[in-house]
Design a protein around this ligand. Structure first.
Ligand SMILES: [Zn+2]
Length: 228
């Protein structure tokens, strides 16, 4: 039996039988875990405040035969309350936790911080299209598969507005005009936006101007699917 202190963000909640509960969390140190909460569906459960999706909490966990249980909760923030006031923010939070649940498997503190910041900032007024785009771009970046967008993947020459030719998904990056004569799905402005999304922090997200947020987001989701 091991006692573990850690922080968690709740990704999913599912009832188990009539009284019990199972939640999927991402822990700062231990990564993704399913936590079983006996009698978790009952109002008197001391862990009730920490079971809703998008909640952040800090506490002591018990690891028994490779299974995690909650021993005590020291602090919690029910971020879902603030998020669900706005439909578009709620959908964004749902999208974020689902994408995270699907693509983040191993423990990675940087991924935890991305998730925690995302749910925190979603309680505020945000442009949800840019917010989603930022999340997906950062997830790709932290997964170590961010596309090459500074130089041509074929000849290595610098990519600028003048030299940009196409973006090649199979080659994972930009190709210069000399190396490809095809027409590009992504414009140079999209490439510039991708460069900004790689480094912009949450505080400055409101100042980011993205020309085609929907197009860029479907591009990134497809890129993630193909390269993961
Ligand atoms: Zn080239």
């Amino acid at each position: 039996m091991d006692f573990i202190k850690d922080e968690a963000v709740v990704l999913r909640k599912s009832p188990a039988g009539d009284f019990d509960l199972s939640i999927t969390v991402y822990l700062r140190k231990y990564g993704k875990e399913n936590i079983y909460i006996p009698k978790g569906q009952l109002l008197k459960s001391p862990f009730l405040p920490a079971t809703e999706p998008f909640t952040w909490f800090k506490g002591v966990f018990l690891k028994k035969r490779e299974k995690f249980f909650i021993k005590e909760i020291d602090k919690s923030r029910s971020l879902g309350l603030g998020i669900s006031k706005d439909r578009s923010r709620f959908e964004t939070a749902y999208f974020i936790t689902e994408l995270f649940n699907r693509y983040v498997i191993f423990p990675d503190e940087r991924m935890f911080i991305l998730l925690k910041k995302s749910v925190y900032y979603l309680t505020q007024k945000v442009d949800t299209k840019i917010f989603r785009l930022n999340f997906t771009a950062k997830l790709i970046y932290l997964s170590g598969i961010f596309p090459e967008i500074d130089v041509c993947v074929r000849c290595g020459s610098k990519i600028t507005g003048r030299t940009y030719g196409i973006f090649s998904t199979p080659e994972g990056g930009t190709v210069c005009r000399k190396c490809s004569k095809s027409r590009s799905y992504l414009e140079y402005q999209d490439i510039k936006n991708l460069r900004e999304l790689k480094v912009v922090n949450f505080k400055n997200l409101g100042r980011l101007k993205v020309k085609n947020p929907d197009k860029l987001h479907s591009f990134l989701l497809e890129y993630l699917m193909k390269n993961y």
